[in-house]
Design a protein around this ligand. Structure first.
Ligand code: PRP
Ligand code: ZN
Ligand code: MG
Length: 223
């Protein structure tokens, strides 16, 4: 499926914490969305020249940086993790969207009052955010081993893979279900609208600006 260059492309998370509210935001901005294609990897706006690409959140910065999608909605956590690995800034953060708030936190199977950051010295910490965690540890002079896992990070202490984890906490239910306590705050995040820094050609650029104005309107009303 090669993108239709007569339309704008906006990448959103296919399924996960941000999917529903990303769609609701676009509907709130007046877009009439319909499923397109059998595989449900794309959707289109019927009343605006915009196609939605429904992808894994972790892939959204890559699509937008490469200009495959001119726009995207993604968590600042995913965006910053990506940016720390990319010296050239190829993505512009346009607007905070006020949903998908969460924090990247270090957690472990101990109580918060026993804990001090120094206890992490020489420990193993499992995470899907090795760059954000690495920066945090370096800034505080903590020498710990970062173990990268793509999912199910909460299981690491029980499996003996690592003593601590660093993962996203939203409601806290996942930590609680796994007998873990949040011990330190690494990065606070919410969903943001992003745009490629690659040039968007004339008519498309105007469409992108028009969409941004509509979305800003929705956010301003919600505040
Ligand atoms: C995050 C994180 C936890 C969960 C925490 O995953 O990895 O699994 O949310 O939420 P809670 O505190 O409300 O229980 P997320 O859905 O953001 O994304 P991922 O599947 O892309 O890791
Ligand atoms: Zn993800
Ligand atoms: Mg998860």
């Amino acid at each position: 499926m090669s993108p239709d260059r007569n339309r704008l492309h906006l990448a959103i998370q296919k399924s996960g914490r941000l999917s529903e509210q990303s769609r609701d935001l676009l509907k709130g901005a007046g877009l009439k969305l319909s499923q397109s294609g059998k595989n449900h990897l794309a959707a289109r706006a019927e009343n605006f020249p915009l196609d939605l690409m429904l992808v894994r959140d972790d892939d959204i910065p890559t699509f937008v940086a490469d200009g495959v999608c001119e726009l995207g909605i993604v968590g600042q956590n995913v965006l910053e993790e990506y940016a720390l690995g990319q010296p050239e800034r190829r993505i512009e953060e346009l607007l905070r969207l006020g949903f998908g708030r969460c924090s990247l936190r270090i957690a472990g199977p101990e109580s918060a009052d026993e804990f001090a950051l120094d206890r992490l010295q020489g420990q193993r910490i499992a995470t899907s955010y090795p760059r954000l965690l690495g920066r945090f540890l370096e800034q505080r002079g903590i020498d710990a081993e970062v173990v990268t896992m793509r999912g199910a990070v909460e299981l690491a202490p029980r499996l003996g893979i690592a003593g601590y984890i660093c993962d996203l906490v939203s409601t806290g239910a996942t930590l609680e279900a796994n007998g873990l306590t949040a011990l330190a705050d690494v990065f606070d995040s919410e969903a943001v609208l992003i745009r490629t820094r690659r040039p968007i050609d004339g008519a498309h650029a105007e469409k992108a600006d028009a969409l941004l104005t509509r979305i800003e309107g929705v956010i301003a009303t919600a505040e």
